[in-house]
Design a protein around this ligand. Structure first.
Ligand SMILES: Cc1cc2nc3c(=O)[nH]c(=O)nc-3n(C[C@H](O)[C@H](O)[C@H](O)COP(=O)(O)OP(=O)(O)OC[C@H]3O[C@@H](n4cnc5c(N)ncnc54)[C@H](O)[C@@H]3O)c2cc1C
Ligand code: SF4
Length: 476
């Protein structure tokens, strides 16, 4: 395998058909710098100027001690670098792969700011921890003493798992409930395998299970078990359910065949890559192979959909976004990757309706950016008379996610929620107004990032340990 990303397509039509998902898996992973060898890691790390004003660190949600582990890597002291890196991050190899570094640590690297190109912090972080796994430096979870208290965690995404890790290491009895059949949340069924290999996540799931975390999978709280039961059973409960209600649009043709939700499309693709039976994929309903794909949205989920479509063998992939490139919410790096793979972006373009059932096209209206709205962002306005039809065999809606109505679904009207349906919780501890009930990750922040979910999970676990008096005990 070469050190260069493999997927530099020239045109969509010429190169896409041979890029079928199953046989592409290993090859796709090269993109996430699989061959970041020690020399490269050292070379990059030694570019860190140890500037003394580590903006990278302050812009990392976990405040990772980046300058120190870069220095240690540059000196070849990889095990120490790993120790420093894992001290603040539960899943460094995952963040190294999928954090939008251009908006976080790397975007604030002083060298980047001075125009010399950032130190590739994420790639080094990934390299250090992958090496630690290979060399056996990642130790099993083995609490020094068992504690009587138990914590129930609803949701096995990064927020729930980060909390589980901290609590279990302190000897707390931890049970994680998830409605899916595999732990990992969006790390498993949302984010595509070409960005985050699934064995990297499963390895962490195994580590937690082997360390004594009990997983109750295929268990939907509110259906298979009540929220009240969990509160009665555990000394504390953490809600880490993420946000899964897809935003919809109202337009003529919505509801027709061929219009699919991004999360369904990505889940089907991830399941297929696990080797699961996925009838909707096999029937073509959730499969872009041989189709003209239009993805609607400008966030990272939309980028994942366009890039997954490319790998499934779509004949063309277009992305419609109602603002311009500079104002899109997704990572610029992802757009660049998608463009290199042949995806065409139609900026300032919004769907007005859908033609055919099954769909044959999208009625597109052209937009311009008008005056800033209340949030300060320029609001898109329709340009009259500029509509056109974009041909499509499948339209993937990636318009964002909202919280499900947990208080009613869980028959707990006292569960405090915001007007967006997210749970009201203290940001530093995750504590809600319900005694012993905490919440972390996307269900508190709204659709956010893995690294923020990890941060929340860790902070919440610390708060629960303080509640249990564990911190004091540990200090004795
Ligand atoms: C397609 C996509 C791509 C993304 N790419 C990136 C990226 O590249 N980088 C990045 O940093 N972030 C990315 N994100 C965002 C990131 O995945 C989330 O911010 C993060 O996973 C949130 O973690 P969480 O633990 O709060 O929730 P989740 O990861 O959503 O996990 C929640 C878990 O709760 C379970 N659950 C929900 N309801 C119940 C219930 N009633 N009973 C039992 N279990 C329940 C779910 O099954 C799920 O396993 C992406 C998101 C999407 C959708
Ligand atoms: S966790 Fe994310 S933001 Fe922090 S150093 Fe790692 S890649 Fe950068």
């Amino acid at each position: 395998m070469s050190g260069q990303p493999m997927l530099k397509f020239v045109t969509v039509e010429r190169d896409m058909p041979e890029k079928r998902s199953a046989d592409m898996r290993r090859e796709d992973f090269d993109e996430i710098y699989a061959e970041y060898a020690e020399t490269k890691a050292k070379e990059q790390s030694s570019r860190c100027s140890q500037c003394g004003v580590p903006y990278c660190q302050s812009h990392c949600p976990l405040h990772n001690n980046i300058p120190d582990w870069l220095r240690l890597t540059a000196e070849g002291r990889l095990q120490e670098a790993y120790e420093v890196s894992q001290a603040t991050n539960t899943f460094p190899e995952i963040c190294g792969r999928i954090c939008p570094q251009d908006r976080l640590c790397e975007g604030n690297c002083v060298i980047e700011q001075s125009g010399h190109g950032t130190v590739t912090i994420g790639a080094v972080e990934k390299y250090i921890t992958d090496t630690a796994w290979e060399k056996g430096w990642v130790l099993p979870i083995s609490p020094a003493q068992e504690r009587a208290e138990s914590v129930g965690i609803i949701g096995a995404g990064p927020g729930g798992l980060a909390a589980a890790d901290v609590l279990r290491r302190a000897g707390v009895q931890v049970t994680v409930y998830d409605r899916y059949d595999r732990a990992g949340g969006l790390l498993i069924y949302g984010i595509p395998g070409f960005k985050l290999e699934k064995d990297v996540v499963m390895r962490r799931n195994d580590q937690l299970a082997q360390g004594g975390v009990t997983f109750k999978l295929n268990t939907s709280v509110g259906e298979d078990v009540t929220f009240a039961d969990l509160r009665a059973q555990h000394d504390a409960v953490i809600i880490a359910t993420g946000v899964y209600k897809s935003r919809e649009i109202e337009a003529p043709g919505v509801g027709g065949k061929g219009l699919v939700r991004a999360i369904d499309f990505l889940t089907a693709s991830n399941r297929k890559n696990f080797g699961d039976a996925v009838p909707e994929f096999d029937s073509g309903e959730l499969n872009a192979a041989g189709k003209r794909v239009v993805v609607i949205g400008g966030g990272d989920t939309a980028m994942d959909c366009v890039r997954t479509s490319v790998r499934q063998g779509a004949t063309s992939v277009k992305c419609l976004y109602r603002r311009d490139r500079a104002n899109m919410p997704g990572s610029q790096r992802e757009v660049q990757n998608a463009e290199e793979e042949g995806v065409v972006f139609e900026w300032l373009s919004a769907p007005k309706g859908f033609i055919g059932d099954p769909v044959t096209g999208v009625m597109v209206q052209k937009m311009r950016l008008g005056a800033p709205d209340a949030t300060g962002r320029q609001a898109p306005e329709v340009i009259e008379g500029a509509d056109y039809v974009e041909g499509a065999d499948i339209v993937i809606m990636a318009l964002g996610f909202e919280a499900e109505a947990l208080p009613s679904l869980w028959d707990e009207p006292a569960l405090p929620v915001t007007r967006w349906g997210t749970i009201k919780a203290e940001f530093t501890s995750g504590a809600t107004e319900l005694d012993g009930v905490y919440a972390v990750g996307d269900i508190v922040r709204g659709a956010s990032l893995v690294v923020w979910a990890i941060r929340d999970g860790r902070d919440c676990a610390d708060a629960i340990l303080s509640r249990f008096g564990a911190a004091a005990l540990a200090a004795e």
